[in-house]
Design a protein around this ligand. Structure first.
Ligand SMILES: Nc1ncnc2c1ncn2[C@@H]1O[C@H](COP(=O)(O)OP(=O)(O)OP(=O)(O)O)[C@@H](O)[C@H]1O
Length: 262
């Protein structure tokens, strides 16, 4: 991993039975940047995120966060070290309010357990106030003030995606993994979300790793793009470099027998 990277994966591979989901993929994620992972359905994008966040154990290879090998760690320990994620299918507690969903997102930062909060009630209460302040600040940042007491189930799809972003931000991540944050959104919702992702990156200094199918958004906001195809990395570079890369042109436009699968 080079000096400018916050996160690196090296020769990661993962098979499910006879299916190779990811094969020998190496990626350096620049600190403070936005890196997008693109590729056709089944290319291995989500599997790669799952290995970074500890949800899947790689067959081979390493995941390193700020010099620390996290390959074998549990998802909760990885979250505590500063990697948060959102899911392709929204993973909120639909019966809970926006505020409570965000408070749950903070639990990796909460020190006081149930027992200690009984014994050291005052300390736990102080901690609770600090957590509430942090969550209120995120609610303001994402313009969710008017919705804080609403059940998340009652919100539109685009707003639920925004709340999920808030839940991930509540853990104060250094690196945010976003799995299709604009998937299923209309154009206005997409533009809003792209703006929030940029603000998270630029104003809060969070490194972003993004899986996204909307090429307009990807080309607009990414510093670096990784292209996966059938589990392998076929190109890495800036948006310009990747767009001109012969293998990407072939896969996207189908200049050969492959017929454009992206
Ligand atoms: N838990 C699993 N069990 C079995 N096979 C899996 C599992 N997770 C992923 N796969 C397989 O691994 C391959 C890569 O899937 P993955 O979801 O990582 O691709 P993707 O690029 O994220 O696709 P999409 O854009 O459709 O989300 C697919 O063939 C998929 O069926």
């Amino acid at each position: 991993m080079d000096d400018v990277s916050i996160l690196g994966v090296a020769t990661l591979s993962k098979k499910f039975g006879g299916v190779t989901a990811v094969q020998d993929v190496s990626v350096d994620v620049p600190r403070g940047g936005i890196l997008s992972i693109i590729g056709p359905n089944g290319a291995g994008k989500t599997s790669l995120l799952n290995m970074i966040s500890g949800f899947y154990r790689p067959d081979t290879g390493r995941v390193v966060l700020e010099g620390q090998d996290i390959t074998q760690m549990k998802p909760s320990d990885i979250a505590a070290l500063g990697i948060a994620r959102t899911f392709q299918n929204i993973a909120l507690f639909s019966g809970l309010t926006v505020l409570d969903n965000l408070m749950l997102g903070r639990h990796v930062r909460m020190k006081a357990g149930v027992l200690s909060s009984v014994i050291y009630w005052g300390m736990a209460q102080k901690e609770d106030i600090a957590h509430r302040e942090a969550v209120e600040e995120i609610i303001e940042f994402l313009n969710l003030q008017d919705l804080r007491k609403q059940q998340s189930a009652s919100l539109s799809y685009g707003l639920r995606k925004r709340v999920e972003l808030g839940r991930a931000l509540a853990s104060e991540p250094k690196v945010l993994l976003l799995d299709e944050p604009m998937g299923g959104m209309n154009q206005d919702e997409k533009e809003d979300m792209a703006r929030y992702v940029l603000d998270v990156n630029q104003e809060r200094g969070v490194t972003v790793v993004l899986i996204e199918h909307d090429m307009g958004v990807v080309m607009d906001i990414s510093d670096k793009i990784v292209v996966l195809d059938r589990g392998r990395c076929i190109a890495t570079g800036t948006p310009d470099e990747v767009q001109r890369h012969p293998k990407v042109v072939e896969a996207y436009l189908g200049t050969s027998k492959s017929g454009g699968r992206l």
